[in-house]
Design a protein. Structure first.
Length: 206
């Protein structure tokens, strides 16, 4: 008859195994729910891209093509080349690699306004050749999101100035909205144009 100590040890082992299995199932569930089941179950091919700026792209970032997730970034590092570009290594589903052509271009994009960065591959032309395993694609630099925000902020600032001037009846725009005399003159002009269009429109064949 097993002792109490052995029974407790076996109980601890079973709890540990059950916890391990639950964690495995949880990881698999997250993987499948995230759309990576193709990478988990299928063979993958490795490709590279050379970019001047990766703009926050990191290892593990998604690789997409045509709006579909087809792979993951596996490594990002500087390489020695004439242009001093950054090399992004990534894996894609082997059944998709045939759609990646020699004229396909990689671009770093953002999911939403403040989302994660991901690597997008453009669809190549039918005439172009399929890239071989380990080939290097050309790429577009990442968009400077901070610069875009600054530009948007500048536009909003100028808009605020115009609205303030209108509200305070300042400037040409403010006078346009609030000057009663200007409004009456414009109304009279429109009415006169409707009554006597020939005064304003002259047409001659010769």
């Amino acid at each position: 008859m097993p002792s109490a100590g052995l029974r407790k040890s076996w109980s601890d082992v079973r709890v540990g195994l059950l916890t391990f299995l639950v964690l495995i199932l949880l990881v698999l569930g997250i993987t499948f729910a995230g759309g990576d089941k193709g990478l988990f179950l299928q063979k993958t091919s490795f490709l590279k891209a050379h970019l001047a700026d990766v703009g926050g792209l990191k290892k593990g970032s998604s690789v997409t093509m045509g709006g579909m997730t087809i792979g993951r970034v596996t490594d990002i590092h500087f390489v020695t080349n004439p242009e001093d570009l950054i090399e992004v290594a990534f894996q894609v589903r082997s059944d998709i690699r045939g759609r990646i052509k020699t004229d396909s271009i990689c671009s770093v994009r953002t999911q939403g306004m403040l989302g994660d960065r991901y690597l997008d591959i453009s669809l190549g032309t039918k005439e172009a050749l399929t890239l071989a395993e380990g080939s290097v694609l050309g790429g577009n630099p990442a968009t400077d999101f901070d610069a875009t925000l600054r530009q948007a902020s500048d536009v909003l600032g100028e808009t605020e100035k115009v609205l303030t001037a209108v509200n305070e009846k300042q400037g040409t725009v403010g006078q346009f909205f609030y000057d009663g005399e200007f409004y009456r003159e414009l109304t009279d002009l429109i009415k006169d144009f409707k009554k006597h269009p020939r005064k304003y429109i002259k047409f001659s064949l010769f």
